[in-house]
Design a protein. Sequence first.
Length: 162
Amino acid sequence: MKRKLGIIQAFEADPPLLILDEPTEGLDPLMQESFYKLLKDSKARGRTVFISSHVLSEVERVCDRIALLRKGELVLLSGVEDIRRLTARRVRVHFWRDIAAPAALPPNHALLETTPRLWRIEVTGALGPLLDLLAGLPVQDMEVREARLEDVVLKYYREGTS
């Protein structure tokens, strides 16, 4: 209840800037949805909201931009969509029949695994060159897993430990 009251008090004054630390911690899913609506309404009124959170799925859902601090230093400041482009997507291509592994892949494509009927590929950038390579092959299905914000954050933290 204290968390709910604090959120109500913060938004009721309609300040031009809100700074919230782990705002949805301990809130049930219905209250989280109400909180997200408050954020959306504040944003529509031109307000700025800073959120500190370790719940990256939430950050990805409600934030336009993120800043990443590592060891007290700002290491990344960018739009959420731009950040997704920093990490490769994972593509799984399933075939109707056995197919040999590709002799070569386009630039920014890495073959992670091949079986006679499955290729797992990591793609940074456009998918067009991969689609060109697959044209004419007996593709049954293709899954593209977009990069998650978690992948980017983990990448930055791992780079900082080396």
